[in-house]
Design a protein around this ligand. Structure first.
Ligand code: GRF
Length: 216
Protein backbone atom coordinates (compact mmCIF):
# COMPACT_ATOMS: atom_id res chain seq x y z
CA UNK A 1 0.00 0.00 0.00
CA UNK A 2 1.32 3.40 -0.98
CA UNK A 3 1.38 5.81 1.97
CA UNK A 4 -0.96 8.74 1.44
CA UNK A 5 1.17 11.86 1.61
CA UNK A 6 0.37 15.57 1.74
CA UNK A 7 2.82 18.30 0.81
CA UNK A 8 2.60 21.68 2.54
CA UNK A 9 3.90 24.63 0.57
CA UNK A 10 3.93 28.42 0.65
CA UNK A 11 5.61 29.31 -2.64
CA UNK A 12 7.11 28.10 -5.88
CA UNK A 13 6.94 24.40 -5.09
CA UNK A 14 9.97 23.02 -6.94
CA UNK A 15 10.60 20.39 -4.25
CA UNK A 16 6.90 19.56 -4.32
CA UNK A 17 7.18 19.04 -8.09
CA UNK A 18 10.16 16.70 -7.60
CA UNK A 19 8.15 14.63 -5.10
CA UNK A 20 5.12 14.51 -7.42
CA UNK A 21 7.34 13.36 -10.31
CA UNK A 22 8.95 10.62 -8.20
CA UNK A 23 5.57 9.39 -7.00
CA UNK A 24 4.40 8.86 -10.59
CA UNK A 25 6.37 5.61 -10.52
CA UNK A 26 3.82 2.98 -9.43
CA UNK A 27 6.55 1.30 -7.36
CA UNK A 28 7.18 4.46 -5.34
CA UNK A 29 5.94 3.79 -1.79
CA UNK A 30 4.16 7.14 -1.35
CA UNK A 31 1.24 8.65 -3.20
CA UNK A 32 0.99 12.44 -3.28
CA UNK A 33 -2.68 12.74 -2.43
CA UNK A 34 -2.89 16.42 -1.55
CA UNK A 35 -1.02 19.72 -1.68
CA UNK A 36 -1.94 22.40 0.86
CA UNK A 37 -0.77 26.00 0.62
CA UNK A 38 -1.21 28.65 3.29
CA UNK A 39 -0.78 31.30 0.58
CA UNK A 40 -3.55 31.69 -2.01
CA UNK A 41 -1.20 32.80 -4.78
CA UNK A 42 1.51 30.16 -4.31
CA UNK A 43 2.82 29.24 -7.81
CA UNK A 44 3.18 25.63 -6.64
CA UNK A 45 -0.60 25.23 -6.50
CA UNK A 46 -0.91 25.59 -10.25
CA UNK A 47 1.94 23.17 -10.84
CA UNK A 48 0.30 20.58 -8.57
CA UNK A 49 -3.03 20.91 -10.35
CA UNK A 50 -1.20 20.58 -13.67
CA UNK A 51 -0.05 17.16 -12.49
CA UNK A 52 -3.60 16.25 -11.48
CA UNK A 53 -2.88 16.50 -7.75
CA UNK A 54 -5.65 17.78 -5.48
CA UNK A 55 -4.91 21.14 -3.86
CA UNK A 56 -6.32 23.14 -0.97
CA UNK A 57 -5.57 26.67 0.09
CA UNK A 58 -5.86 27.35 3.81
CA UNK A 59 -5.03 31.03 4.18
CA UNK A 60 -3.53 31.45 7.65
CA UNK A 61 -4.69 35.09 7.71
CA UNK A 62 -8.29 33.87 8.05
CA UNK A 63 -7.50 32.43 11.50
CA UNK A 64 -6.98 34.29 14.74
CA UNK A 65 -4.51 31.84 16.22
CA UNK A 66 -1.96 29.30 15.02
CA UNK A 67 -3.99 26.61 16.76
CA UNK A 68 -7.15 27.51 14.82
CA UNK A 69 -5.20 27.45 11.52
CA UNK A 70 -3.66 24.09 12.36
CA UNK A 71 -7.02 22.65 13.43
CA UNK A 72 -8.28 23.38 9.92
CA UNK A 73 -5.13 21.86 8.37
CA UNK A 74 -5.63 18.76 10.53
CA UNK A 75 -9.27 18.48 9.50
CA UNK A 76 -8.34 18.60 5.81
CA UNK A 77 -5.52 16.05 6.34
CA UNK A 78 -7.83 13.72 8.21
CA UNK A 79 -10.58 13.91 5.59
CA UNK A 80 -8.01 12.99 2.94
CA UNK A 81 -6.74 10.14 5.17
CA UNK A 82 -3.20 11.48 5.04
CA UNK A 83 -0.49 9.38 6.72
CA UNK A 84 2.66 11.41 6.00
CA UNK A 85 3.36 15.13 5.60
CA UNK A 86 6.23 16.68 3.65
CA UNK A 87 6.98 20.34 4.29
CA UNK A 88 8.39 21.87 1.13
CA UNK A 89 9.04 25.58 1.47
CA UNK A 90 6.21 25.90 3.99
CA UNK A 91 6.82 29.23 5.70
CA UNK A 92 4.71 28.90 8.86
CA UNK A 93 6.06 27.84 12.20
CA UNK A 94 4.10 24.83 13.46
CA UNK A 95 3.06 24.58 17.12
CA UNK A 96 4.56 21.97 19.38
CA UNK A 97 1.22 20.21 19.67
CA UNK A 98 0.86 19.85 15.86
CA UNK A 99 4.45 18.62 15.57
CA UNK A 100 3.93 16.10 18.37
CA UNK A 101 0.68 14.85 16.88
CA UNK A 102 2.54 14.11 13.63
CA UNK A 103 5.78 12.94 15.26
CA UNK A 104 7.84 10.79 12.86
CA UNK A 105 5.22 11.28 10.14
CA UNK A 106 6.23 14.88 9.40
CA UNK A 107 9.36 15.63 7.37
CA UNK A 108 11.07 18.79 6.16
CA UNK A 109 13.82 19.84 3.79
CA UNK A 110 16.29 22.54 4.73
CA UNK A 111 18.92 24.04 2.40
CA UNK A 112 21.97 23.47 4.60
CA UNK A 113 23.91 20.63 6.13
CA UNK A 114 22.14 20.67 9.49
CA UNK A 115 22.83 21.37 12.27
CA UNK A 116 24.75 24.19 10.56
CA UNK A 117 22.88 27.26 9.36
CA UNK A 118 19.39 26.69 10.72
CA UNK A 119 16.76 29.31 9.90
CA UNK A 120 16.62 31.70 6.96
CA UNK A 121 19.41 32.85 4.60
CA UNK A 122 21.34 29.61 5.03
CA UNK A 123 23.37 30.03 1.85
CA UNK A 124 24.32 33.64 2.56
CA UNK A 125 25.54 32.59 5.99
CA UNK A 126 27.36 29.56 4.56
CA UNK A 127 29.17 31.88 2.11
CA UNK A 128 29.98 34.38 4.86
CA UNK A 129 31.39 31.56 6.99
CA UNK A 130 33.62 30.52 4.07
CA UNK A 131 32.60 26.86 4.11
CA UNK A 132 33.86 24.82 1.16
CA UNK A 133 31.00 22.32 1.22
CA UNK A 134 27.31 23.22 1.47
CA UNK A 135 24.22 21.10 1.01
CA UNK A 136 20.76 20.16 2.14
CA UNK A 137 19.08 17.99 4.74
CA UNK A 138 15.81 16.07 4.99
CA UNK A 139 14.79 15.46 8.60
CA UNK A 140 11.90 14.46 10.82
CA UNK A 141 10.40 17.59 12.30
CA UNK A 142 10.71 18.34 16.00
CA UNK A 143 9.32 21.40 17.82
CA UNK A 144 12.64 23.25 17.62
CA UNK A 145 13.02 24.90 14.20
CA UNK A 146 15.17 23.07 11.60
CA UNK A 147 16.00 20.34 14.06
CA UNK A 148 15.14 16.66 14.28
CA UNK A 149 16.50 13.25 13.31
CA UNK A 150 18.30 13.45 9.97
CA UNK A 151 17.04 11.10 7.24
CA UNK A 152 19.33 12.11 4.37
CA UNK A 153 21.79 14.80 3.33
CA UNK A 154 23.41 15.84 0.07
CA UNK A 155 26.62 17.87 -0.16
CA UNK A 156 27.68 20.23 -2.93
CA UNK A 157 30.93 22.17 -3.31
CA UNK A 158 31.07 25.91 -2.78
CA UNK A 159 32.89 27.29 -5.83
CA UNK A 160 35.07 30.37 -6.21
CA UNK A 161 32.90 33.32 -7.22
CA UNK A 162 29.69 31.77 -5.92
CA UNK A 163 26.91 34.18 -5.04
CA UNK A 164 23.96 33.39 -2.84
CA UNK A 165 21.98 32.67 -6.03
CA UNK A 166 24.50 30.35 -7.71
CA UNK A 167 25.01 28.40 -4.50
CA UNK A 168 21.24 28.21 -3.87
CA UNK A 169 20.75 26.82 -7.40
CA UNK A 170 23.36 24.11 -6.86
CA UNK A 171 21.86 23.18 -3.49
CA UNK A 172 18.32 23.20 -4.94
CA UNK A 173 19.30 20.73 -7.67
CA UNK A 174 20.51 18.40 -4.91
CA UNK A 175 17.30 18.99 -2.91
CA UNK A 176 15.25 17.74 -5.84
CA UNK A 177 17.12 14.43 -5.68
CA UNK A 178 17.43 13.93 -1.94
CA UNK A 179 13.81 14.71 -0.99
CA UNK A 180 12.30 11.96 -3.18
CA UNK A 181 14.96 9.56 -1.88
CA UNK A 182 14.21 10.44 1.75
CA UNK A 183 10.44 10.13 1.30
CA UNK A 184 10.99 6.76 -0.35
CA UNK A 185 12.98 5.58 2.68
CA UNK A 186 10.37 6.81 5.16
CA UNK A 187 7.27 5.67 3.24
CA UNK A 188 8.69 2.20 2.66
CA UNK A 189 9.46 1.88 6.38
CA UNK A 190 13.19 1.49 5.76
CA UNK A 191 14.03 4.69 7.66
CA UNK A 192 12.79 5.28 11.18
CA UNK A 193 13.70 7.59 14.01
CA UNK A 194 15.31 5.98 17.02
CA UNK A 195 15.91 8.69 19.60
CA UNK A 196 17.68 11.54 17.85
CA UNK A 197 18.97 9.40 15.00
CA UNK A 198 17.47 7.72 11.96
CA UNK A 199 18.18 4.07 11.37
CA UNK A 200 18.02 2.93 7.75
CA UNK A 201 17.58 -0.77 7.00
CA UNK A 202 19.73 -2.36 4.33
CA UNK A 203 21.80 0.71 3.53
CA UNK A 204 24.83 -0.69 1.75
CA UNK A 205 27.81 1.07 0.20
CA UNK A 206 29.91 3.94 1.39
CA UNK A 207 29.22 6.58 -1.23
CA UNK A 208 32.04 8.66 -2.62
CA UNK A 209 33.75 11.39 -0.58
CA UNK A 210 33.32 14.92 -1.87
CA UNK A 211 36.50 16.98 -1.82
CA UNK A 212 36.25 20.72 -2.09
CA UNK A 213 38.54 21.94 -3.54
CA UNK A 214 39.05 18.73 -5.51
CA UNK A 215 42.14 16.65 -4.75
CA UNK A 216 44.67 17.13 -7.54
C1 GRF B 1 13.92 25.14 -0.50
O1 GRF B 1 15.21 25.67 -0.60
C2 GRF B 1 13.77 24.36 0.78
O2 GRF B 1 14.93 23.73 1.19
C3 GRF B 1 13.38 25.44 1.76
O3 GRF B 1 12.57 26.32 1.03
C4 GRF B 1 12.87 26.25 -0.34
C5 GRF B 1 11.60 25.90 -1.06
O4 GRF B 1 11.73 25.92 -2.45
N1 GRF B 1 12.75 24.84 2.91
P1 GRF B 1 10.60 25.28 -3.36
O5 GRF B 1 9.29 25.97 -2.98
O6 GRF B 1 10.55 23.82 -3.06
O7 GRF B 1 11.00 25.57 -4.76
Amino acid sequence: MRRKTAILISGRGSNMAALIEAAKDPDYPAEIALVISNRPGAPGLKIARGHGVKTRTIDHRRFETREAFEAEVDKVLETAEIELICLAGFMRILTESFVKRWQDRLINIHPSLLPAFRGVDSQARALAAGVKIAGCTVHFVRPEMDAGPIIAQAAVPVLAGDTEETLAQRVLAAEHKIYPLALRLVASGRARAVGEQVVIDGCAGEGAPLFSPPVE
